[in-house]
Write a protein that binds this ligand. Structure first.
Ligand code: NI
Length: 178
């Protein structure tokens, strides 16, 4: 098991909805172990398979400061949402961006464990928020799409500026015709 490379926005694999997983096999166990290793190495609290380029509906979380509470959700489905709040989020696939998002702070999730055993769990606060963020990943959605229109516009302008700067630098290095 080794930490995998985390894809960064605007990689199209981050925008691809994942189909429900049906094969609860050794390959899934390997993916889960790799996701947990990658999450730990990156110092994050949640990670989903599409973030490492694997389009299976699998998310892992670990909200314990000492990394001792790994949780695995296969085919997670949010079946109830309660108590909404504005929360600050960031994402390992969108480096450098922090923003406020409207989320339920209490959710009921239905999922399966890596052996295919179904379970239901009620999650609160950061747990609930993190799970909604991960389910978004499985649906090909990033948290920046949930930011306010003005914030999104500002990010798009910054993106365009960064792309222009990168293109200019490449032209200068002679790697791309002007
Ligand atoms: Ni994320």
């Amino acid at each position: 098991m080794a930490p995998l490379t985390i894809l960064a926005h605007p990689d199209t694999r981050l925008r691809t909805p994942c189909a429900p997983l049906t094969a609860f096999d050794a390959d899934l166990a390997r993916l889960v172990a790799d996701l947990l290793d990658t999450l730990k190495a990156a110092g994050g609290i949640g990670l989903s398979a599409p973030q490492v380029g694997d389009l299976r509906r699998v998310s892992v979380m670990d909200l314990a400061g000492d990394r001792t509470a790994p949780e695995v959700f296969v085919n997670p489905e949010i079946v109830a949402r309660r108590r909404w709040g504005i929360v600050e989020e960031s994402c390992l696939s969108v480096p450098g961006v922090v923003g406020n998002v409207l989320r339920a702070t209490r959710v009921l999730v239905r999922a399966a464990d890596p052996a295919g055993e179904p379970f239901e769990r009620e999650l609160e606060d950061m747990h609930a928020v993190c799970l909604q963020h991960e389910v978004d990943h499985l649906n090909g959605k990033l948290f920046i799409e949930r930011l306010s229109p003005i914030r999104r516009l500002r990010l798009r302008l910054e993106d365009a500026r960064a792309r222009r700067r990168a293109a200019a630098a490449e032209r200068q290095a002679g790697r791309r015709p002007a």
